[in-house]
Design a protein. Sequence first.
Length: 309
Amino acid sequence: MSTTHAAAGAAVVPPLFQGLFDDAAVFPPGNLPVAEAVPAHLAHRAAPYADAVGPLLCGAGRLGELAAAADAVDAVTGASVPAADGTTADGTGPRLRVGLVLPGGSSELGPALTAAAPFVLAGVELATRDAREAVAALDLLLPPDVPAAVELPRELLRGDGLEEVLDVLVDSPYRAKFRTGGVVAGAFPDEAELAGFLTGCAQRGLPYKCTAGLHHAVRHTDPATGFEHHGFLNVLLAAAETDPKAAAEILAERSGPVLAEAVRALTDRQVTVIRNSFTAFGTCSIAEPLDDLAALGLLSPDLTPQEDR
């Protein structure tokens, strides 16, 4: 499998990484102001590495700021508000694809869908303490062409709770969502906990996305905080496993070259299986994961942000 170049010689984003990095710039720890995040996201979407970049993630309470920032960009570029297919009225201009993040549960869903009307709605991420109630709300209100992911607190996913939630979601059209980090040490699951989630989904053929703490490719200890971060390459390689012990061993690997060699050995079929399972993750930095991949030889340096060269 080619990891860096198309047959014609132009650098391309390998299928393993296409659409993997949802732009969570406005969320901690990045906390980029919305007015800066919108033009930065549009620049990512126009860059040579655009195929790696998912939608701009935005919380329900900041959609007003997002609309104002998009209007400001439109005023500068002369473009009009994007239509439902992502194009502007004249077929040009920015394509602002937005992923709605709803930490307040199903009560936010209806108003947020209305407030998101000016944007191309790429997905909904709904936090809840009741998976069945969340599925019912999504079934009732979500447009049929919009994907959604359901996140439950990690404390409800321990023991039999994980099995029950995954069984609810596997009978629905929605993905699971799992939190892999945060701003405190307790927000980071250990290898066994994350492996339990990944293999539970793999056993059911249930797709999922992750969020927080994954913006570097390889498992590491953050030198500033001491937090143990999972690597997104570790998670990608563990995504095809159905055995929790095997998945935990992959998640514990700290050698970039070892992980890179395992990625190079993947067949096209394995890549498809992995990405059908692990669909995306939110990262407050688009540059860091791309730079990591380039450093490991898994991505052409031509596909990293210009300012990093």
